[in-house]
Design a binder for this molecule. Sequence first.
Ligand code: AMP
Length: 373
Amino acid sequence: MKVAVLGGGQLGRMLGLHGIPLGATFSFLEPGDAPPAGQVGSVVKAPYGDPAGLEAVASEADVVTYEFENVPVDAARRLESTVPVRPPPAALELAQDRLVEKEGFRSVGIPTADFHPVDDAGDVDRALACTGLPAVAKTRRFGYDGKGQAVVESADEAREFVGARGPGLIFETFVPFDRELSIIAVAGLDGDRRYYPLTENHHHDGILRFSFAPAPGLGEPVRARAETYAAALIDHLGYVGVMAIEFFQVGEDLLANEMAPRVHNSGHWTQDGAAVSQFENHVRAVLGLPLGDATARGHAAMVNLIGDVPRTRDVLDVPGAHVHLYGKRPRRGRKLGHVNVVGGDADEVMAGAVRVARLAGWEGPLPAPGGGG
Ligand code: AMP
């Protein structure tokens, strides 16, 4: 069983780490030097849209998948004529443009913040009439981890953002959310679906820092709603594989912010905190194998290691801590690894997460799980 992966970053590496024991082999298409996935499979070094590179990575593959959503949709579609591509390229198309994505959510009954496309200063008044102030101005494409976006408090600020970043923007209503949640869903080739418990996520400077799972204090209706929304999107796209949807929770309501057609950082806790990880389940799904159990084993906290890596020896002193390093060279703001702290007691897991966060250089208090900040 050979899996070709478009992208060779840490997500590709973890797909390999969890897929190799199933008997799968991996090849990665990656333009960068020394990609993290290079230790778990062969690498074809070429741009994602390069026809020769695509042909080389997909040769003799049973399936093509991706660990990165900004792969050219045309390239993924071209591959489809010779080899199954899962998830379907339509999911890439949805995820690559925030306007298409939000329209897609709405079309299948998934609520979102109000939004309006903006290309030039002439669109600003119409957009703000729809979103109100403050609004969040974002680039429609290639924005991630909070890049290419700003909260605008006035029409003048909005016009300034448009002058600097337009065209190709979207304005959204600023949502005063209680907390951010995500769902990791997996859809099998045979129509089976599994949903991991919802994860509570905390970002800092636009980058995910901490996840807590299962999200504490979550009501049954909210969980059921998230699963219904994920199922609607899976049906709409004919989806196969792991999908993540990020939500803002406001009271009992969920507003979808974005989806990822791939394994997701907010699902990393599943490596040590769920019966079968998101990585293994993605490999199982795209290869048409039976899906695995997505239930949580206990409580889990995930601490991202950003810019700097503590000594493994120190982290392993923390009860329940599991270290996952990506083999990347340290650079400010770069995701270099993560630590999962797992256990049967929520307070002990939190205490462990605090210790890990300190070792990782986090100075402030840890965000309080359950919507407390
Ligand atoms: P994004 O790049 O869309 O994932 O946004 C990055 C982070 O910015 C989110 O995780 C939220 O914390 C915040 N954010 C994005 N959109 C909104 C919004 N409409 N209202 C409030 N906060 C937002």
